[in-house]
Design a protein around this ligand. Structure first.
Ligand SMILES: [Zn+2]
Length: 71
């Protein structure tokens, strides 16, 4: 047996005895990591570190676009 890694969680293959179970685990894992909104709000522009008011993550659209292109 070998470990199965699903979205960062390790699941032993013993625990998966049917394909449907595996599909359900994948679905659960995908739902559990879904965040309501992208990157964390730090109070500072994620691109240029200028202070911004929460819940903003960038000081302007240009910084957001630049940051997204760096991903
Ligand atoms: Zn900025």
């Amino acid at each position: 047996m070998s470990p199965v890694y699903v979205m960062g969680a390790c699941i032993m293959s013993d625990d998966i005895d049917r394909a449907n179970d595996y599909a359900q685990i994948l679905t659960d894992a995908a739902l559990s990591v879904r965040k309501p909104s992208g990157p964390a709000v730090t109070g500072y522009c994620l691109n240029c570190d200028k202070q911004v008011d929460a819940p903003r993550r960038w000081c302007d659209a240009d910084c957001r676009d630049t940051w997204e292109r760096k991903l």
